[in-house]
Unconditional design. Structure first.
Length: 63
């Protein structure tokens, strides 16, 4: 178990779903190779793969 999870802190990215104008936290999956989630209103799915080079961005917008 990751040290962050022991402390109750899970890794996430923030996503603004423009389709329904709502914000949702998307948490890292169990394999820790990406973030999978969906709009809480319409169900539009998003997937962010964790790459080798990565990004410093923590917030994204889904069209």
């Amino acid at each position: 178990m990751a040290e962050e999870e022991k402390k109750g802190k899970r890794r996430f990215v923030g996503v603004h779903f423009a389709c329904c104008n709502v914000y949702q936290r998307i948490y890292v999956n169990k394999a820790e190779n990406g973030y999978w989630g969906a709009c809480p209103r319409c169900g539009k799915q998003v997937r962010f793969v964790i790459g080798r080079t990565g990004t410093d961005s923590r917030f994204f917008q889904a069209q």
